[in-house]
Design a protein around this ligand. Structure first.
Ligand code: COA
Length: 320
């Protein structure tokens, strides 16, 4: 039977750091309010002209290096993003060219907002098990700074830019153990960027809109259910899980999920304080930061959990 495993990880945060304190000089907020409600201390903002594919490129190069794989060996590139460089072609195709990856390799984007990375990883894993692919690059990359209304304090303090990546390679023993993906389109209205491009004009708001309380409640509910559902499908008990890597949106959502599951926060990876909510990039960013600081080690079990606009939610269970 064909299996896949995570061969290497990488991440990238733009150089420009925007602290809560600096933000409070341009919008009516404070470091105290942001930290106590969200756990966020700072976010990174892409430079003028720095595109999602550029962020993805930096994270991808690091992941390839960690895996000991050349870009020319990639058979598949999947990018999860809600902020693509352009309407088309996909950011994955643009990344393929920037990386100098093999022409003819498959490349496409996945759009599932903050659940995008778990959707992309599940898709890549499934393709590798059935298709003729040896190495895949899976990236989550976003420039949310460009879809935020910087005068709206209820949303602009929450998000940031960044990218995370991993190389998935075919293997004899299981690395990716399984996944659960869900969506419920009835909740489109609680978190969206409603605008669209029509006949040369942007129609509707091009900025992120959110009912924060509704998102909070739904996120805690589905994330709690998701852990048990995913572990049960693989006959694993909560105690056997080494690490939970939740979507990095808000420390209170993460703590509420851990509480609901009776999990110690010592088994939960938290990086939201450093980069805020980077949507599809948040899970691979958190994974990479925790691999590089030595917390997550080879052989350990990890559960990656995404939740976001759509409403979408999903999890991938893996052994590193
Ligand atoms: N600074 C200061 N005050 C702010 C503020 C800010 N950045 N943003 C909102 N407020 C104010 C509100 O205007 C409100 O004032 P009012 O009582 O005078 O009307 C007050 O703070 C409380 O707002 P409330 O919405 O009740 O706060 P909250 O404790 O629920 O926290 C969120 C708000 C957005 C932090 C919280 O709802 C949340 O985290 N939701 C989930 C968001 C998320 O993670 N989305 C992405 C998921 S993928």
């Amino acid at each position: 039977m064909t299996h896949t495993r995570i061969a290497g990880t990488g991440s990238y945060l733009p150089a420009r750091v925007l602290s809560n304190e600096e933000l409070s000089r341009t919008v009516d907020t404070s470091d105290e309010w942001i930290v106590s409600r969200t756990g966020i201390r700072q976010r990174h903002v892409a430079a003028e002209g720095e595109l999602t594919s550029d962020l993805a490129l930096n994270a991808a190069r690091q992941a390839l290096q960690a895996a000991g794989i050349e870009a020319s060996q990639l058979d598949l590139i999947v990018v999860a993003t809600t902020t693509p460089d352009m309407i088309f072609p996909s950011t994955a195709c643009i990344l393929q060219a920037k990386l100098g990856a093999r022409a003819g390799a498959a490349a496409f984007d996945v759009q599932a907002v903050c659940s995008g990375f778990v959707y992309a990883l599940t898709t890549a894993d499934a393709l590798m098990r059935t298709g003729d692919y040896r190495h895949a690059l899976v990236v989550g990359a976003e420039v949310y700074s460009r879809i935020l209304d910087w005068q709206d304090r209820s949303t602009c303090v929450l998000f940031g830019d960044g990218a995370g990546a991993l190389v998935l390679s075919r293997s004899d023993s299981p690395g990716i153990l399984g996944a659960k993906l869900h969506a419920d389109g009835r909740y489109t209205g609680i978190l969206s960027v409603p605008g669209s491009v029509r006949n040369g004009k942007v129609c509707g708001s091009p900025f992120l809109e959110m009912d924060g309380n509704a998102v909070f409640k739904l996120a805690v509910k589905v994330l709690g259910e998701l852990v048990d559902e995913t572990l049960a499908a693989h006959g694993m008990a909560r105690g056997e899980l080494d690490w939970l890597i939740p979507h990095q949106a808000n420390i209170r959502i993460i703590q509420a999920t851990a509480r609901r599951l009776g999990m110690s926060m010592e088994k939960v990876i938290v990086t939201v304080d450093r980069h805020a909510n980077t949507s599809a990039a948040s899970i691979p960013l958190a994974l990479d930061l925790a691999v590089r600081d030595g917390r997550i080690r080879r052989g350990q079990s990890i559960l990656m959990q995404g939740v976001g606009g759509g409403f979408t939610w999903g999890a991938v269970l893996a052994r590193l």
